[in-house]
Design a protein around this ligand. Structure first.
Ligand code: FAD
Length: 411
């Protein structure tokens, strides 16, 4: 039985660990926190996940909360106009539903499931010096520790990292008691609201510890009015401040949320980080090598809601590479190839996400405007959240966009 160590109990680490167990591998996961600590801790994400990623979970019977989480059937786009109104407001339908399960529930539950299914868990925050000795005891060590300190093992790849500073200041609250959406009261959808020069407000229906909830999530331009969290306000003040900002910059959403309340005292989050792509192989002083995965090696800004989807796709891609390797050694060359295989999946996501951090170019505004009249354009845009490679075929390039609009007009 091949022995594999995974450091980090998030989407990437646990999905990989649980699926490797099913294939008969001897897997150990090292987690900085116990399930109780995760459940009792702060929210970590907004984690909207689309069909491909959800299907990877179903394939390994990891979709334990599928019946509890609201089914997200569409993605809406609104762009603010003058006097609190919207210049643009439409919703496109997803071919298959998306879902958001609070990572506190999911990761705590998956850790317990991993032990129940025969995996070994060591509760320990791993340091580089721990890894130095650990690499001798395992055939493969995967670092799935997110954006924490262990990323220092992996050098930044400047050719794949156009930004070196934080592009958005993030703030999130999980709340109960929002009104139904006036635009489509019978349907749950992720809403993507933009106020030019200020930032974005996403609203994601999800499930948390106390049941279904809504998750408003600001992506503020640095230096703008949504960049106001450096004093780390307590939870109640955080939500009050988000509401006031909503009232000023996204008044149509404020109307839904003005009577909502936080789901719990740990239901707020703020921060931000520069998007970065790193080299995938980390070398330890002893000469041992480790392979980075998901956010460790490709950390995109969450503006397109893709990080958990990427972590899931990374887990699925690395799993295939591990299985195909059979009994041969997991050497540096295999590690490089394993990452490049994943990069072919995540590169289009990174390109699109980095583009969405810029003000929308004219051809994108034109597409969004035409989408209001043409369901096919809306459909293509929202379904590309599941398959972002499609954006390269029409959305990201002005000529391809024009060609596509001509095709749509011809019917
Ligand atoms: C505000 C916000 C909103 C987001 N919204 C979305 C969204 O809607 N959709 C989406 O797909 N993505 C979203 N993301 C991104 C998504 O949350 C991440 O990309 C995803 O969780 C990455 O998974 P991961 O497994 O790589 O890392 P993580 O989820 O960060 O997991 C890493 C784990 O490793 C542990 N760890 C860290 N260091 C150590 C150590 N030294 N030793 C042991 N354990 C360690 C951590 O405690 C954690 O449990 C969002 C992110 C943010 C910040």
């Amino acid at each position: 039985m091949r022995k594999i160590l995974i450091v980090g109990a998030g989407q990437a680490g646990l999905q990989t660990g649980l699926s490797l167990l099913e294939h008969g591998y001897d897997v150990t996961v090292m987690s900085a926190r116990t399930p109780e600590e995760i459940r009792g801790g702060r929210v970590m994400s907004t984690q909207a996940m689309f069909h491909t990623a959800l299907q990877y979970e179903r394939d390994y019977k990891l979709n334990l909360w599928e019946d509890q989480a609201p089914k997200i059937r569409g993605v809406g786009v609104s762009i603010a106009g003058s006097e609190g109104g919207r210049d643009l407001d439409w919703v496109g339908m997803l071919d298959n539903h998306a879902q958001s399960v609070d990572q506190r529930i999911k990761m705590a539950g998956w850790l317990e499931l991993f032990e129940d299914r025969g995996g070994k868990v060591i509760f320990h925050g791993v340091t580089t010096s721990d890894l130095d000795s650990l690499t001798r005891h395992y055939e493969l060590v995967l670092i799935a520790a997110g954006k924490g300190e262990l990323v220092q093992l992996f050098g930044r790849n400047p050719d794949r990292s156009p930004y070196s500073t934080t592009q958005r200041v993030l703030s999130v609250s999980y709340v109960h008691g929002a009104e139904r959406r006036p635009e489509h009261p019978d349907m749950d959808a992720v809403r993507f609201n933009v106020t030019p020069g200020v930032g974005e407000l996403f609203v994601i229906p999800g499930v948390t510890l106390s049941g279904p909830c809504e998750i408003p999530f600001f992506e503020g331009l640095p230096g703008g009015p949504l960049d106001c969290w450096s004093d780390r306000p307590a939870a109640g003040e955080h939500w009050k401040r988000m509401l006031e900002l909503m009232r000023q910059y996204f008044p149509w959403e404020y109307e839904r949320f003005k009577h909502a309340e936080l789901t719990d005292s740990q239901a707020t989050l703020s921060g931000g980080y520069p998007p970065v792509v790193r080299h995938p192989v980390g070398e330890l002083p002893s000469g041992g090598i480790v392979l980075g995965m998901a956010d460790v090696v490709v950390a995109n800004d969450p503006i397109t809601g893709q990080g958990s989807n990427n972590a899931s796709k990374c887990a699925a891609s690395y799993l295939d590479s591990i299985l195909e390797r059979g009994d041969r050694p997991f050497d540096r060359e295999w590690m490089e190839r394993t990452f490049e295989r994943y990069w072919s999946v995540v590169e289009p996501v990174t390109t699109w996400t980095n583009a969405m951090l810029q003000p929308p170019p004219e051809h994108v505004m034109n597409l969004f405007t035409q989408a209001a009249e043409t369901p096919a354009i809306r459909q293509r845009f929202v379904n590309a959240f599941d398959d972002p490679a499609d954006f390269g075929n029409w959305f990201l390039d002005p000529e391809l966009a024009e060609q596509y609009l001509r095709e749509v007009a011809r019917g």
